[in-house]
Write a protein that binds this ligand. Structure first.
Ligand code: ADP
Ligand code: MG
Length: 701
């Protein structure tokens, strides 16, 4: 007995070649065929009379009786087959063109002639061509029936059009999907019974939705079916994510925090500003989590510069004033050092012991010993570092609070190794990558999400211009003369691209001898030794370097408020998110900052990206636009969990459905946290089938 997981070879007519052709389309099983949805539809509901077909300006459908067949061969092997088709209004020739290989004697129209026998009836979809001495209907698709009362499969209805490859004709794939659909659709697992009725999304069982997505009664019907099917997809996903949340939440933690306000007050006194209301809300969320009996598992999403560090620090101080240790891990030495300096600064005069743990800071044996012992004896209260923190030899006396900055830069293994340094620690993840809500509900569905949207008051938005090189350099020199500093960024996608690096090296030499010869120019890229990197950054900070020519390595973490200009070369080679991150390096003081974009080559997508960057500074808006431009396919690649692509769901259009699916999933899992009730059997099976082999999801169900 075949089931949905059966491979295609079990189907009649599918051998190795066809199997391979299907595999090219990502189709391997019967289930894949069922959910290989049309990329668009063709409306063949209307059949026009042949007489009226001649009045149509577009392709249309006709129906008539087949008469005589004429064949003609032109030079260069072009062959033409005209077939008479008539109804009671008129007669037309429907025409096929084929090309015959030179010297070949095979009859390339043999199959067509076999089907179009005189006296049978034909449905034709095609376009009427009227020339002065010749008029005909060019055939796009056809179907033959024996009697005029026979019901056609692919006419008189809205017909699906599938994405296909050269190796497989539209007709073949359509027939194949049609047959599999008819035989197997009712086997498709359905969880619609678990979803409450709601007035804005049509409730449909999965099998019915499947059928209607392929063969809808109207385009509206197709969209309704798609949404119903998408709801089930998202519902299963959100259920899996809730189970994953519960996995973190089911253990009672040992640490208890009481808001004593000694250290927190000292921090507040040190700050030269008030928290924004988003920051206050974030702190409130985090403190509430910390005081719960279960470990915190929250992500704080906020654009560069929105002030996440003080929020995280407040939480770390709450841990510390209750006698625990806290750590913050960053994806690079530069970032870790930055956090270290910032936090030292924010806590100046406050007696909290802080250590920096990076591979360089741990190199010297004496220093290393002090740090390691300090952590094991609770002498050091805050550990700030890189992946060096993950090492086995790093042990804590009473770690209870972990901050992970830019978690997507860490592997899952690293994260779980970190969590082992404490028993059920509270975890705060931070991300400076703004993402639309729908996406955060999927990407971070297993965490609680807090978003900071406001930037601290008084920030002057960066002004962005597209300029040619000379204008950009002239304007930049004005800024330099006013004592400000400058970044010039070249696209270097990864460090192995030697060619690009050469261009950065070369350009920096030229620029330092021409435009910027009266200023100090520094060079910064990923292949420099880490000591050299430090040296250059320190010099840039202390203004011994005025112009820093760099690759995108400066994208994260560098904080030099006096830098007020950034020139981005070859802007067409950068993605939206990257441009936004780069722009975050400037506009960090009370002076006006400028971003100059130099575009070397045009292109539809590049032009669009540049327009967006020019028109807004809002990271969430940019993320939304990015999402729309990339489309859902490419987008799934960004999602870390390795979920397979949604079949009907569309993260861009379906935010409302995702939200609803999430609330439905919550209800079900709150009521049945292990999905053991009989009514949840199908859901449990789907969750385990789709997610349990994914790394994070093992043992959730
Ligand atoms: P993020 O880590 O979110 O990119 P930071 O925490 O580095 O941002 O904060 C950016 C800058 O804004 C820092 O110099 C910080 O001191 C400052 N800052 C943070 N919160 C406020 C606030 N409420 N008002 C004014 N400045 C703030
Ligand atoms: Mg930061």
């Amino acid at each position: 007995m075949l089931n949905l997981e059966s491979g295609l070879r079990c189907l009649k007519g599918i051998g190795r070649k066809r199997e391979q052709a299907f595999a090219k389309l990502g189709i391997r099983t019967i289930e894949d065929i069922l959910t290989f949805f049309p990329s668009r539809y063709q409306d063949r509901t209307k059949i026009v009379s042949i007489k009226n077909a001649y009045k149509q300006s577009q392709s249309c459908c006709i129906f008539g009786k087949v008469g005589k067949v004429y064949e003609r061969i032109f030079t260069k092997g072009l062959c033409l087959l005209d077939i008479e088709v008539f109804d009671n209004t008129c007669m037309t020739h429907v025409r096929f063109f084929r090309k015959r290989r030179m010297y070949s004697s095979t009859d390339i129209f043999a199959s067509v002639k076999r089907i179009f026998k005189s006296g049978v009836f034909a449905y034709i979809y095609g376009e009427v061509k009227i020339k002065s001495n010749d008029s005909f209907m060019l055939v796009n698709d056809y179907e033959i029936v024996e009697k005029d009362s026979d019901v056609p499969l692919f006419f008189n209805k809205i017909v699906p059009i599938y994405a296909t490859t050269k190796k497989m004709s539209q007709t073949y794939i359509r027939v194949c999907i049609h047959d599999v659909l008819r035989a197997y659709f009712y086997n498709y697992p359905d969880v619609s019974e678990l979803l409450p009725v709601c007035n804005w999304i049509l409730k449909m069982s999965a099998p019915i939705a499947l059928k209607k997505i392929h063969y809808p009664d109207s385009l509206k019907d197709a969209e309704n079916a798609r949404r119903s099917f998408a709801l089930q997809e998202f519902f299963v996903l959100e259920s899996a994510l809730y189970l994953l949340r519960n996995k973190f939440k089911k253990n009672l933690k040992e640490q208890k925090y009481e808001i004593k306000y000694d250290l927190l007050k000292r921090l507040e006194q040190n700050l030269k500003f008030e928290f924004t209301s988003d920051q206050q809300k974030a702190i409130k969320d985090i403190f509430t989590d910390m005081q719960s009996e279960y470990p915190m598992n929250r992500i704080l999403i906020g654009d560069v510069g929105c002030g996440k560090t003080v929020v995280a620090l407040s939480a770390m101080l709450l841990a510390i004033e209750n006698g625990y240790q806290a750590m913050i891990i960053a994806p690079s030495e530069i970032l870790a050092e930055q956090h270290y300096r910032t936090i030292l600064n924010l806590l100046s005069g406050v007696s909290v012991k802080i250590a920096l743990l990076t591979s360089s800071s741990l190199k010297k044996r004496g220093k290393r010993k002090i740090i390691l012992e300090g952590l094991e004896s609770n002498n050091i209260q805050i550990a700030i570092g890189t992946h060096a923190l993950v090492e086995d030899r790093i042990k804590f006396a009473s770690l209870s609070f972990i901050v992970i900055d830019e978690q997507h830069k860490f592997g899952v293994m690293q994260k779980s190794a970190l969590l082992k340094k404490a028993s059920y620690p509270d975890v705060l993840v931070m991300s400076a990558t703004p993402i639309p809500r729908a996406l955060s509900m999927i990407m971070y569905g297993e965490m609680d999400v807090t978003t900071i949207k406001q930037l601290p008051p008084g920030r002057i938005p960066v002004i962005t211009y597209v300029l040619d090189e000379i204008d950009a350099y002239q304007k930049t020199i004005e800024e330099l003369k006013n004592g400000n500093q400058v970044y010039i960024v070249y696209p270097l996608i990864d460090d192995s691209e030697e060619l690009d690096l050469k261009s950065v090296l070369q350009e920096s030499r030229i620029l330092s001898q021409t435009w910027f010869r009266n200023f100090k120019v520094g060079l910064f890229h990923g292949q420099l030794k880490s000591a050299k990197k430090d040296e250059i950054l320190t010099k840039f900070k202390s203004k011994e370097i005025d112009v820093l020519i760099s690759t995108t390595i400066i994208e994260v973490g560098i904080d030099v408020p006096n830098a007020t200009v950034m020139i981005i070369q070859h802007v067409e080679r950068f993605g939206l998110a990257q441009l936004h991150q780069l722009r975050g390096r400037i506009g960090r003081s009370n002076k006006q900052s400028y971003l100059y974009l130099i575009q070397k080559s045009k292109g539809e997508s590049a032009d669009k990206r540049v327009k967006i960057i020019e028109s807004t500074n809002d990271g969430f808006e940019i993320a939304e636009a990015d999402l729309k431009m990339r489309g859902p396919g490419e987008l799934m690649g960004i999602i870390q969990h390795g979920f397979s692509k949604f079949k009907a769901g569309d993260i861009i259009k379906d935010e409302d459905i995702i939200e609803y699916a999430k609330s439905c999933a919550k209800k079900i899992i709150d009521d049945d946290p292990t999905l053991s009730k009989e009514k949840n059997f199908v859901l449990k099976k789907l969750v385990s089938k789709r997610f349990c082999d994914k790394r994070d999801f093992t043992n959730v169900c």
